[in-house]
Design a protein. Structure first.
Length: 201
């Protein structure tokens, strides 16, 4: 009986621990700033190429995008946010007939890719409401998982070596750092030595 209770307690603690880890990971912010490119497959327009440039401040995303389909192309701006590995953005463009028209995209980040689906919204008769497609893009210059490292400061260059005649540096005074009494003693010794040297000559 005690063994069964202990096992149940261990499972409960483990479940709470890993649940807390999952909750933390789901709230952590991934860093998506950079250029992403790949494919966009639309129910009405077919398959095209898509390039997205993302700027990021904390969880807020902004930037621009361009898509090319056979016989048509669009470009504009994007706004959205990220929560954990979930990315939600709206791609708008002044090329759409209605200013409210845009692609509402929701996808997941995995390694260096963002994949998900979108629907057209606020487009009137230009694009049928609820229709849409899928997007799959990968990063070439972005950084996933953490902000880009700051550029280390440049190492200062050593001063150039002088090419002229070197300027002699003054030798430190033998009495430097001595007290006045010690300085007088040093001077007395110097005078005595000079006198002895003069007499010998």
């Amino acid at each position: 009986m005690r063994g069964a209770r202990l096992s149940a307690l261990v499972l409960l603690v483990a479940s709470s621990y890993f649940g807390a880890i999952d909750a933390f990971c789901s709230q952590s912010t991934v860093f998506l700033q950079g250029t992403w490119s790949g494919t966009i497959t639309d129910a009405g327009l077919g398959t095209g190429t898509l390039t997205i440039s993302i700027g990021q401040k904390k969880k807020t995303l902004n930037g621009g995008w361009s898509a090319s389909f056979e016989g048509s192309g669009f470009s504009g701006n994007l706004k959205g946010q990220t929560k954990g590995t979930l990315v939600v953005v709206k791609l708008a463009s002044s090329q759409f007939k209605k200013g409210s028209c845009g692609l509402k995209f929701a996808g997941m980040v995995a390694a260096d890719k963002i994949q998900g689906n979108y629907t057209w919204a606020g487009c009137g008769s230009e694009f049928k409401k609820g229709s849409g497609g899928s997007i799959s893009v990968a990063t070439s210059t972005g950084v996933f998982g953490s902000p880009p490292p700051s550029t280390p400061p440049a190492t200062p260059k050593p001063p150039p070596t002088p090419t002229g005649t070197p300027v002699p540096t003054a030798s430190p005074s033998p009495s430097a750092g001595l007290t006045p009494t010690e300085e007088r003693r040093v001077c007395t010794v110097r005078v005595v030595r000079r006198r002895i040297s003069t007499r010998r000559r």
